[in-house]
Design a protein. Sequence first.
Length: 576
Amino acid sequence: MDKLKEVIVCALGPALYRIYRVGSTPGRRYPINPLESLGDSAVKLVYLTWSIGVYTSPIIIPYLWHRGQFHSTMNGLGIRGLITTLIKVASAMVTVMTGGLLLRGYGRWTNAEYLSFLSSFRRLENLTAEEVRARKAELLRQFDFDFSRWPVEYRWVDSPTADPKKPPTPMARKSRHQAGQSLNRSSTLDKIKMLPCNIISYIAVHTFGRRMMYPGSVALVQKAMDSMLLEGRTRMIDRFGGERFKLQTYEGNQIDTLFVDRRNSSNQRGQKLVICCEGNAGFYAVGIMCTPLDAGYSVLGWNHPGFAGSTGLPFPGQVVSAGDTVMKFAHDRLGFQPEDIVVFAWSIGGYPSSWMAMQYPNISGLILDATFDDVVPLAVAKMPASWKPLVVNTVRNYFNLNISDNLSLYTGPVIIIRRLKDEIIHTVETDPIRTNRANDLLIKVLQQRFPNLLSDENPMWTLLDYLSGDPDHQRRVLTQNHVDDGVCQATLISYVQSKGQYSYPLDIGSPDEHMSEDVKTQLVLFLATKHFVDFDSTHCTPLPRQLFIQPWDLFKEAGLLSPSRGDSSLPPKGRL
């Protein structure tokens, strides 16, 4: 009986994937034996069959009804017959599951590597959070195992700056009136008219919509990438000394993170922390962390809710809540001050990163790579024209990823990296550079920060011309407009020093200054070069470390410091 109990404990224990390097002992994959492998395959087959049955039931049940299988006829099974068939199928699945678990458990019980891991894991389950932190290196860090069984090491609610009455939420939807359609209808009749569209939007989002927006949250995609993710984590931990953490958000989601600490290195860059926000099919193990790591920074990566070891679903509210938890963890547990944190985002990761920058404006800077201003134009461009009202309604209600709205409330340094061959974030296939939505993001940032410089026609048209081509074309535009970097920077610095302004928007170029359109154009083009970098590549190519540069900071250049960004003589605006 004791032996059977131990086998059951092994069968229900966490899956072990790898034993990491300890001292001079090299790391290795967990040597799974044939019995465990066979049992594990049987268990996974049952889960897969169940999942396919659940997901396809909305199609199968109407099909069987149409074929008359619910009627007691010569060709139909009838309700009783169908129930009997389902009971037989369920019994077979239970039998296979039970046999698979016993095989898996016996295989693990006979494996000394697994028993050694299980002993450490069971000791860990009885420890407090403080004891887990103290004994993590001894009991936990040498193993890579099922992350759902990993202990929570930091909770959002435990942060001294967390306010349970004001949980992290997406900002108010300022863009509901875009595309000529108001979604906040006041009359009952209008609400009734919108009801069918709202019902279709809800169904679309909770079936294929969310999976199209975030394909990395699809279980089959993650299963196909299991080996790559394990290899990526191994590289981060064995080569860079990374440490894995589990964080818990306000909603109770568990967020899978990995931290590489470079503060003890001789490289000064290691004193800065880069928080990485991945794309809609990106994971920290195989994502953008490699760029700041190669550049010598300390790095913190995290997976979106529903990605790899993170629980939940990647809806905007859960995504920003995860980002907020990561930011608090970086400050409270890892000990980085906001002014030593850079947020780096790729693609759709621009949404949580811009939210983090908006909420914590005293961070060192924001780097946006291959991202966009607003997801609605991209969604509309990828769908049939006749679907536009439905697409706009669905996105605005469920995935209102309006990055430019977030950036309008952030006054810190920002740089935008555009991919010249980007095949994802343009709206016209035949004109990928001119219709790249990174252009629109830059224009909106400059309009918010320097509204008077872009109020005239010529500066705006010249900026559009500048953005419509490759670097050679841009150099010609700069030359034709006699842009002198030294003169332009001196003009801007002189303005902020004379006015004593240390926050955007700036009034430079206002009508009472009588600034010529030529000077405005030169300043706009200069600002574009400081906020915008081109990378001659496609959407998914890793960013070279040479292009990972700190954003330009006008107020720092002018010797001024915004009160929202760390001036010790003034109260900070951020929550940290």
